[in-house]
Design a protein around this ligand. Structure first.
Ligand SMILES: [Ca+2]
Length: 179
């Protein structure tokens, strides 16, 4: 009988998966105007998108049109974090129009005075047409002294752009992993 109980407990332990406690981001699905709810411009140029959405009725789009190389735009949101805890970043983006356009999400770990301690980021996501690419649940550990994280969606180009291209984001989430 005891053996059965031990086996059952072992099976339970295997089945308990880490999951995200809650999305710390406000308006991560961009159903409200990002400038009114949750997000702040770091390099401007975002607007609401209603045609290309992952879920809901809206996403956010960055137009990258007729600009020089190394032009980048972004929106940022700061959340409280605990040093040593593990966090998970997830979300979706579309990158459209040129091989040198890219979209990514950065997490800047900030100390008590707002200085950046270190940065984690997704790989660069490149042109994939009007198809949502999955950021695919990136996990990261808040470094020592971190009290805030600045979660930043970034869109830009590494070469000159003639004409119109764009990067669209939807369903961005960032939360603490618990077991
Ligand atoms: Ca949405």
């Amino acid at each position: 009988m005891k053996k059965v109980l031990v086996l059952a407990l072992m099976l339970m332990a295997v089945c308990v998966q880490a999951e995200v406690e809650s999305n710390l981001l406000v308006n991560g699905s961009f159903e409200s105007d990002p400038y009114d709810a949750g997000w702040a411009a770091v390099m401007g140029n975002a607007r609401e998108e209603t045609g290309q959405v992952k879920t809901g009725a809206k996403a956010v789009i960055f137009d990258i049109a007729d600009v020089g190389a190394w032009t980048f735009y972004g929106l940022e949101q700061k959340v409280n974090v605990t040093a040593g805890e593990t966090y998970e970043l997830d979300g979706f983006l579309e990158v459209v129009g040129s091989p040198d356009i890219l979209g990514k999400v950065e997490v800047l770990w900030l100390d008590v005075v707002g200085e950046t301690i270190s940065k984690d980021e997704t790989p660069d996501h490149k042109d994939g047409g009007w198809v949502y690419q999955d950021i695919a649940a990136l996990t990261m550990v808040a470094p020592a002294r971190a009290v805030n994280a600045a979660v930043r969606i970034v869109a830009g180009t590494t070469s000159d752009v003639a004409g119109w291209t764009a990067v669209v984001f939807d369903d961005i989430s960032f939360g603490k992993l618990v077991r």
